[in-house]
Unconditional design. Structure first.
Length: 209
């Protein structure tokens, strides 16, 4: 699995590269000192200590993950405790329940939340705001929302870690899983990625690794 030498060098993490803005995440993770690799095949998933699921279009990512035989391996990896960070469409992929998905849309699941796609409507396709997310530090994070989902309901196993002024939840955590409605990879503030890498390093260093 994730390598017994994990503590010796940079942590090796993947970015699901079926669709969406995976290149931006690879660049951020590399800049943070990780060995970041694109993941498109089940075997590639076995070699990483964490995975980012990028933004893009969740219905397309869902179809491609099934076509490429990645859906079940991803479910297994999440179930087995792999740290996974989903941004925007990636958050939708991680949600146990999708509201306003296209017909037949499935998710990988793992996060005990209901996520509503395109929750800000066509009037507000994209917007930016500053959010305080204590889990990643005191200073506010600049959050960029692009046709973003919101978390409609947070189940008992998940925790809301970031909310808009009106109370809508846009960042959640559940053990090794992390999800944001917004896109830190398009800003210069990489604290969410660093937070994810901490989980990946711990995962790589676990006794059974
Ligand atoms: N609206 C997209 C979806 O439903 C998500 C947009 C994004 O990832 N920026 O998947």
């Amino acid at each position: 699995m994730a390598g017994n030498d994990a503590t010796a060098g940079p942590v090796r993490v993947g970015v699901l590269a079926l669709q969406g803005d995976f290149r931006e995440h690879l660049a951020v993770l590399t800049a943070l000192g990780a060995e970041a690799v694109p993941v498109r095949r089940p075997a590639e998933l076995d070699s990483v200590s964490g995975l980012v699921i990028p933004g893009g279009e969740s219905s397309v990512m869902d179809k491609l993950s099934r076509v490429f035989g990645m859906a079940e391996p991803l479910r297994r990896a999440v179930h087995d405790g792999l740290p996974v960070y989903g941004t925007c469409a990636g958050l939708i992929m991680l949600a146990d329940r999708i509201v306003d998905g296209i017909a037949g849309q499935q998710s990988i699941g793992g996060l005990d939340v209901s996520v509503r796609r395109n929750a800000f409507g066509s009037q507000t396709d994209s917007f930016e705001t500053d959010l305080v997310v204590p889990a990643i530090g005191e200073s506010p994070v600049h959050a960029v929302f692009i046709r973003a989902p919101v978390v409609d309901e947070v189940g008992p196993r998940a925790t809301a870690i970031g909310t808009l002024d009106d109370g809508r939840v846009v960042a959640v955590e559940q053990g090794n899983l992390l999800g944001t409605s917004f896109h830190p990879e398009v800003t210069n503030d990489y604290r969410f990625h660093e937070y994810f890498l901490q989980k990946a390093r711990q995962h790589a260093a676990r006794p059974s690794a």
